[in-house]
Write a protein that binds this ligand. Structure first.
Ligand code: NOJ
Length: 521
């Protein structure tokens, strides 16, 4: 793997903009709040921040319903605040990635208001209008079609009815949206995370989707059909390539695609001649069973499926999925940190992972997320992983002087940045150590991945550089395990008690212990 641009060795830190830091007491995070916390991020050692949408929005889907792609929502601040934040991000050597939402706009976007005003409106064809609905469903429950009384037609929305899908077959839509990218690229942003990239274009014949034989009640209703004709259409690749060409008009920018697809299909998003997404997000760690065998299988399946020259990436968490510490347990979250920080390529972590933040349970009357409101009780709600970052043990955790928009975790007095910073053996300290180690040992970023074993609940792999070999041992089991290893020096361990010690032929890993060894060559 050849290393060249910044994003290839970057650790990207996702900030859910509403929940990182509030600066004006309205209980919702904002740009000036993020500015206040940049030095924390520098200390943590991450290289780039990705901000969830900050654009003007009625907030039906908390910013993923954009009403103006080239503005800032007053909840988050002003364009001046944005420009100042970007300058300060760059002054600290960090990069900034914005969230680009191309599949749909808000129903309050002027384009849609025009489009819906009459079938003759020049913007009518900017959205997907039909006389009759087909059977396509919405990801947030129910039919994906909403009828419009005035014009006697209906429009398609992959998500809420407040999020009408754009018609990407229309060249005018393409040009308008590419100009949005240029607007932010000219302002100096370093790249985009593209929302639901694999959904952008739909079957031109609007064929019905087939039933999903694997569906069973209790799943999201969207699973009733296989999304054959409204997702992952062959034409999407041409659009992604065009998007990439726009990003490539500027130097050293990155295009990341949100894509939930099986590995082989995911790989197609790198595009012909690698001219698609620089990084089609790899969500395997979010979905894998947490066992040494299962992880070995998905990690090496992904690694081996990469097209020649394609750059790998790994994601540990995001605003749509259960937090890792909740999914696998707080002890194993340390192993997850060590796993992530020793995998090849670009890494993405989610705010709060570095303090072992867990999902917060949300009472029925506190629910905000439309995914939960529309289909309650199926576990679809995403509020639990979107709660405010606990900075200290004060009543509002240093997040706000007001009332937080989502509740703080019950444990925030004990689990917060201020407390963990004081503790030399905290998960936060482990993250900092591992990030430092990754930055100082390029083999961890670009060395070859060599599978060693996945026996007795211990995942072992080697990272091979031209001049060094680094062995990673992760005990996912609840027992201590003795292992035969080559001799070397311990670079990091989840217990902190052995760093720098020599290993000669044998190590003993305690339950849920992980270790990184610099092998003697
Ligand atoms: C994916 C985003 O990550 C999610 O939060 C959002 O609800 C949908 N796309 C719709 O934009």
């Amino acid at each position: 793997m050849q290393e060249s641009t910044w994003w290839q060795h970057a650790i990207v830190y996702e900030i859910y903009s509403r929940s990182f830091q509030d600066s004006n007491g309205d209980g919702i995070g904002d740009l000036n709040g993020i500015l206040e916390r940049l030095d924390y991020l520098v200390q943590l050692g991450v290289d780039a921040i990705w901000l969830s949408p900050i654009f003007p929005s009625p907030m039906a889907d908390f910013g993923y319903d954009v009403a103006d792609y080239c503005g800032i929502d007053p909840i988050f601040g002003t364009m001046e605040d944005f420009d100042r934040l970007l300058v300060e991000v760059h002054r600290r050597g960090l990069k900034m990635i914005l969230d680009f939402v191309p599949n749909h706009t808000s129903n309050q976007h002027p384009w849609f208001l025009e489009s819906r005003s009459s079938p003759e409106n020049p913007k009518r064809d900017w959205y997907l209008w039909r006389d009759e609905p087909n059977n396509w469903l919405s990801n947030f429950g129910g039919s994906g079609w909403e009828s419009d009384e005035t014009s006697k037609q209906c429009y398609y929305h992959s998500f809420l009815k407040e999020q009408p899908d754009l018609n990407w077959r229309n060249p005018a839509v393409q040009e308008a949206m590419f100009n949005v990218l240029r607007f932010w690229l000219r302002r100096g942003v370093d790249g985009f995370r593209v929302d639901v990239m694999w959904l952008m274009i739909k079957d031109d014949e609007f064929r019905d989707n087939p039933p999903n034989p694997g569906y069973h009640p209790g799943q999201a209703s969207n699973n009733r059909l296989l999304p054959v004709y409204n997702t992952n259409r062959p034409e999407v690749h041409e659009l992604v390539a065009k998007m990439r060409a726009v990003v490539d008009e500027y130097r050293e920018r990155v295009l990341i695609g949100e894509i939930y697809l099986p590995v082989q299909q995911l790989m197609t998003y790198y595009g012909k001649d690698l001219k698609g997404a620089n990084l089609p997000f790899n969500f395997l760690l979010l979905q894998s069973a947490w066992s040494a065998e299962a992880l070995a299988e998905i990690i090496f399946e992904y690694y081996e499926a990469l097209p020649p020259g394609a750059w790998p990436n790994w994601v540990l968490g995001n605003h749509d999925n259960t937090r890792i510490a909740t999914r696998i347990g707080s002890r194993q979250a340390w192993i997850a940190a060590m796993l992530l920080m020793t995998l090849p390529g670009t890494l993405t972590m989610y705010y709060g992972e570095e303090i072992g933040m867990t999902n917060v349970s949300i009472k029925p009357d506190e629910v905000q997320d439309p995914a939960e409101k529309n289909e309650p009780g199926l576990g679809l709600g995403r509020d639990p992983e979107r709660t405010p970052m606990p900075w200290d043990g004060s009543a509002s955790a240093g997040f706000t002087t007001g009332r937080p928009w989502l509740p703080l975790g019950a444990d925030h007095e004990a689990v917060n940045v201020a407390v963990l910073e004081q503790d030399g053996t905290s998960i936060l300290r482990l993250y900092r150590n591992l990030i430092d180690l990754r930055h100082s040992r390029p083999t961890l970023v670009r060395g070859r991945m060599q599978f060693i074993s996945a026996d007795e609940g211990v995942l072992v792999y080697e990272r091979r550089g031209d001049e060094d070999r680094i062995l990673v041992l992760l005990n996912l089991s609840a027992d201590s395990v003795k292992m035969t290893v080559e001799s070397g020096t311990i670079l990091a361990s989840t217990g902190f008690d052995q760093d720098g010690q020599r290993v000669n032929g044998m190590v003993e890993l305690k339950a849920a212990e992980g270790m990184v060894l610099d092998l003697d060559s």
